[in-house]
Design a protein around this ligand. Structure first.
Ligand code: MN
Length: 235
């Protein structure tokens, strides 16, 4: 009855070994990959209590086909904008107090903040008062971007490390090439400058619906008036 197994013993052993090696390989890759992502979002998670804020807890980690960017308007203790770029499965983020300028002559301070999860890109709503970042959040602009340094073999990760990011934005409001350059301003390496680069796509037109959400067409006031939900619907 078991004769066929005995006969094929050597083959079975080889198959088993191959299976074990394969499983171990998968385990290794997963083991390395998963904690890297979690580590990057550790600060984000630490600062928030997801039973008290409608912000996403970062379960979705699926990469976009083309990397995305988002510019959120955030009426917290100080009104500011948050610029985020999808890099290696997270949203690398900067707070820009004065927001974007479409004039290449005007450079605005951008302070690097903690990485945010990918699903934060479509988060719009109210962070309860007293919570971290309490206030209204609007998706002011969203779209895809192209790494202009890629042709020189510089990945986005490397560009962040170098403190020199040059990207082309394909948003609903922001179009053309923009740069983020790390400065030594106030001796703080979190301080970068965000500005429009000179190109043929200079945005001469005043940005349409400047004060409205690109997702819901609402103003900050209208978002602020929405009924507080326990959890956001995109969770
Ligand atoms: Mn913010």
């Amino acid at each position: 009855m078991y004769s066929h197994i005995t006969k094929g013993k050597t083959t079975m052993d080889k198959k088993n070994i191959l299976l074990i090696v394969l499983c171990f390989g998968v385990f290794l890759v997963e083991g390395i990959r998963v904690p890297t992502k979690k580590k990057s979002l550790a600060t984000y998670t630490k600062k928030r209590d997801f039973t008290l804020t409608p912000e996403p807890s970062g379960k979705k980690t699926k990469k976009s086909k083309e990397p995305i960017f988002v510019m959120q308007k955030h009426d917290a203790s100080h009104l500011h904008y948050d610029f985020r770029l999808e890099i290696d499965g997270v949203l690398v983020s900067w707070a820009i107090p004065k927001g974007p300028s479409t004039d290449p002559e005007v450079k605005h301070l951008a302070v690097m903040t903690e990485d945010h999860p990918l699903d934060y890109a479509t988060f719009e709503g109210i962070i309860p008062k007293g919570r971290y970042g309490g206030g209204t959040v609007m998706v002011w602009d969203i779209g895809t971007y192209v790494n202009l340094k890629q042709e020189y073999g510089i990945s986005m990760k490397q560009a962040v490390k170098n403190g020199k990011i040059e990207i082309e934005l394909h948003g609903k409001k922001l179009q053309g090439s923009y740069a983020l350059i790390r400065t030594k301003l106030h001796n703080d390496k979190r301080n970068w400058l965000f500005f429009k680069m000179k190109d043929n796509v200079v945005q001469k037109k005043v940005i349409k619906n400047k004060e409205k959400s690109v997702l819901t067409n609402r103003t900050m006031k209208q978002i602020a008036q929405e009924k507080t939900k326990k959890k956001s619907t995109n969770e």
